[in-house]
Design a protein around this ligand. Sequence first.
Ligand code: TTP
Length: 393
Amino acid sequence: MQAIVLAAGKGTRMQPLSNEVPKPMLSVVGRPIAAHTADAAVEAGADELVFVVGYGEQTVREFFGESYQGVPVSYVVQDEQQGTADAVRATSDHIDGPFAVLYGDNLYDPEGISRLFEEAPSIASFRVPNPSNYGVLSVEDGAVAEIMEKPDAPQNDLVNGGAYVFPEDARDMLDVPLSERGERELTDVLDRVIAEFTVTPVTLSRWMDVGRPWELLEANEWKLGTVERRVEGDVSGNATIQGSVVVEEGATIRDGSVVEGPAYISEGATVGPNAYIRGCTYVAPDVYVGHAVEVKNSVLLERTTVGHLSYVGDSVVGRDVNFGAGTNAANLRHDGDVVSMTVKGDDVPTGRKKLGAIVGDGVKTGINTSLDPGVKLSSGARTKPGEAIYQDR
Ligand code: TTP
């Protein structure tokens, strides 16, 4: 079966992290989100991967090439990002038989996607505590009867889990009108498909839509939870490595450092002396975490340096960042409230009591910079020595 992976979006809510890298190509434990999606599709038996690309398409093409995990890969360009139905419609000349559609910015439990393929035509579903934020499924006689978008009074907690297997005839149902928000939506295609076919809901045990910066942190927490201990790098005799930790070959853990799992230290990274890496931290290739630096539940991307005397909690730090000595990213408010973040101009509660900073590529902070919980620094931003940053810049 062909698996169409939607990866053409701009990812504006994910800025500044998506400024240089399209959202589906943002790294979760060293692999793009879309690679985790593609892995699930390949494991489920996809015999072709069709990527819909647009924004930042070159990055997608370079990573996946012409074949991925032994499965042929093709690309369809969506010139204008008119919506998810429009993205699938762009592939219609290519469709040959029943087809799966997955989002390149979603993480799925792979076993659930295998069941989705077996039960076709099918729709992935997922149980959530807050169904009124989602498309809620109503099921009759084992088939999806209706999908209600963001209902005020949801009838149940089973929601649309963002993965589908459509019958071939759905190819003729992809031309839907623009929705109220001005997009051609796949949910409108789904309404047509469930009206004509018996579509089975397949409940995933885990699913995540990675749309906003703190969700990248959650994605990292999920995937780090699946790593198995592997210590192949150069670890000092008086460093301590506890639990499910990967230290890749070519990584160095210097004297006096402690690494608590789950954690991943990539090739070319150096930790210490006397650094403390706490659980759920991903350290990308060629990162430097120096003396007396504590990093907790964070993502440090390629070539970033946190040289001395710093604390980085619950934060995502982009590529080529330099934190001056004593830079601290606070991750907890005094009142213990949920941390909010500005997304496209709106103040959005993140649901997290612990959330630090989101730092774009190439940022440099002056010594003793304090970052308030939930602030974002755009790509290339600078702070002065001693500055306290309360608002995005
Ligand atoms: P969205 O998250 O709805 O859109 P986006 O990626 O552009 O992000 P934002 O809203 O923050 O700007 O898209 C979900 C997935 O579908 C994502 O992987 C990108 C893909 N997509 C397309 O391929 N084409 C499109 O026209 C749209 C809107 C999304």
